[in-house]
Write a protein that binds this ligand. Structure first.
Ligand SMILES: *Cc1c(COP(=O)(O)O)cnc(C)c1O
Length: 389
C-alpha cells in the first residue's frame, strides 16, 4: 500500500522564524536572563493583545491555572466546577490547593462545558467555575457569566486553546475574571514552556505576582533598583517565574498570532467543506458570534457507520503518514480521580460518549494547502475503507 504522504505530518507543530531566534539571542547577550525587562514587556504586550489590564507571566500553563486559582482565593474544602473534557491540569490545579474538582458534562456538538450541567452542580461550597475553550472555540460566556454572578462565584477561563479568538467581538483573555494560557509548542504561541494569566482585577494580579515568586513582595530587580536588600515572604508561593529568554521569544511570537489564527481558520474551512460530505464523521459545531482560534481541529467519528473503532482509524491514519491525537480522556476517568475522588464512568455521559469517537487531525499555521489536502484525502480514504454498508 502506498501511503497518501511519503513524510509524516504531525498533528501540531510550532513556528519559529529568524526574528524569534534573534530575540532570544539578544537576551542571552544581555545582563538579565530572568526577572529582567523582557518579563514586563511581554506581560504588557500580552495584556494589550487580550484587551485586559493585567497579565502575569508564569513558567507553564499548569502553573498559570494553579496561580489563577490562588489569585481567586480558592482554599482547602472549596469546590471548583471543571468540564470533564479537558487536559487533567484544569482539574489538578484545584487539587493542589486542597479544593475538590466537580466534573461538569459538555455539549455533545461543541464539547464545551454545558451551562445547564454547571448550574446543577453548584453548592454552597462552589468557589469557581473553570471554563475550557475546547479546541479554540470560546464557551457560552453570557450564560456562564450569568450563573457566576447570580451565585457570586469566580469564572476562570482555561483559555490554553483559544489565544487569538473572540466572543461577541471581545478578545479571549478578557471573557472571565481570570484567563490562563499555555505556551507549550503544541499551542498557538510557543516559548518552549511558558504560561500567562490575564485579569482586570488589580488585587488578584498582585496576589498572583507574589505567588509566582515564593510569596515574596518584591523581586530581585525591584530590589536592585531601590538599592534595598530587605524582602518579606508574606504568603507561601512557588517559583513559577518565566525567564527573560522565554519572554523575549513570547514577545516576538505574539506578533504572529493574528496571521497564524487566520491561517488556522482557512485550514479549518477547507476541512469543514471537505468533511461535510463524509457520512462517517462530523466536525464539531461552531456557534455564531465568535472567532474560533482552532488550536485543534476535532472530528467525531460516526461509529455506527464504521466497521472500525477510533483506535483502528487512528492507526490507519498513521499508516497514511497523518498524525492524529485524542483530546481528551475525560479527566474523571483517570485512576487518580477514581481513586481519590470516587469518580466513575457514567458521571459525564456526553464527554464519555465523545471520548470514544474523537480524533484531532493536523492543524498548525505553517501547514501548506497540500498538507491540508493530504489530510483530507487520507481521512476520506480511511473512512471509505471502513464504511459500513
Ligand atoms: C496545554 C494545556 C494546559 C497545560 O499547559 P502546560 O503549559 O502544558 O502546563 C492546561 N489546560 C489545557 C486545556 C491545555 O490545553
Amino acid at each position: 500500500m502506498t501511503p497518501i504522504r511519503s513524510t509524516f505530518l504531525p498533528y501540531a507543530r510550532q513556528s519559529v522564524n529568524d526574528d524569534d531566534c534573534n530575540a532570544v539571542l539578544n537576551v542571552l547577550r544581555s545582563d538579565w536572563l530572568t526577572t529582567g525587562p523582557k518579563v514586563p514587556e511581554f506581560e504588557q504586550a500580552f495584556a494589550a493583545f487580550t484587551d485586559t489590564k493585567h497579565a502575569v507571566a508564569v513558567s507553564n500553563g499548569t502553573a498559570a491555572l494553579h496561580t489563577a486559582m490562588y489569585g481567586a482565593g480558592i482554599n482547602a474544602g472549596d469546590e471548583v466546577i471543571v468540564p470533564a473534557m479537558t487536559f487533567a491540569a484544569s482539574a489538578n490545579a484545584a487539587v493542589y490547593l486542597g479544593a475538590k474538582p466537580v466534573f461538569a458534562d459538555v455539549d455533545p456538538q461543541t464539547l464545551l462545558i454545558d451551562p445547564k450541567s454547571v448550574e446543577s452542580l453548584i453548592t454552597a461550597k462552589t468557589k469557581a467555575i473553570v471554563t475550557v475553550d475546547y479546541a479554540g472555540q470560546p464557551c457560552d460566556y453570557d450564560a456562564l457569566r450569568a450563573i457566576a454572578d447570580k451565585k457570586k462565584i469566580v469564572l476562570i477561563a482555561d483559555a490554553c486553546h483559544a489565544l487569538g479568538g473572540t466572543y461577541k467581538e471581545r478578545k479571549v483573555g478578557g471573557l472571565a475574571d481570570l484567563s490562563t494560557f499555555s505556551f507549550h509548542p503544541a499551542k498557538t504561541l510557543a516559548t518552549g514552556e511558558g504560561g500567562m494569566i490575564t485579569t482586570d482585577n488589580p488585587a488578584m494580579a498582585l496576589r498572583m505576582r507574589h505567588f509566582r515568586n515564593h510569596g515574596i513582595t518584591t523581586d530581585h530587580r525591584e530590589r536592585q533598583e531601590t538599592g534595598a536588600w530587605f524582602y518579606e515572604m508574606t504568603d507561601l508561593g512557588f517559583n513559577y517565574r518565566l525567564s527573560d529568554i522565554h519572554c523575549a521569544l513570547g514577545l516576538s511570537q505574539l506578533k504572529h498570532v493574528p496571521a497564524w489564527t487566520k491561517r488556522r481558520q482557512e485550514i479549518a474551512k477547507k476541512y469543514d467543506t471537505a468533511f461535510s460530505t463524509v457520512k462517517e464523521l462530523q466536525s464539531l459545531t461552531v456557534r455564531s458570534g465568535l472567532s474560533h482560534a482552532y488550536h485543534l481541529y476535532v472530528i467525531q467519528l460516526n461509529l455506527e457507520r464504521l466497521s472500525a473503532d477510533r483506535n483502528a482509524i487512528f492507526r490507519a491514519l498513521r499508516d497514511e503518514n497523518i498524525g492524529a491525537n485524542v483530546h481528551y480522556i475525560p479527566v474523571h476517568l483517570h485512576p487518580f480521580y477514581t481513586k481519590h475522588f470516587g469518580t466513575a464512568p457514567g458521571l459525564c455521559p456526553a464527554a464519555e460518549a465523545a471520548y470514544e469517537r474523537i480524533l484531532s487531525i493536523p492543524m498548525f499555521a505553517s501547514m501548506t494547502d497540500q498538507d491540508a489536502d493530504d489530510v483530507i484525502a487520507a481521512v476520506q480514504k480511511v473512512c471509505s475503507r471502513f464504511a459500513r454498508g
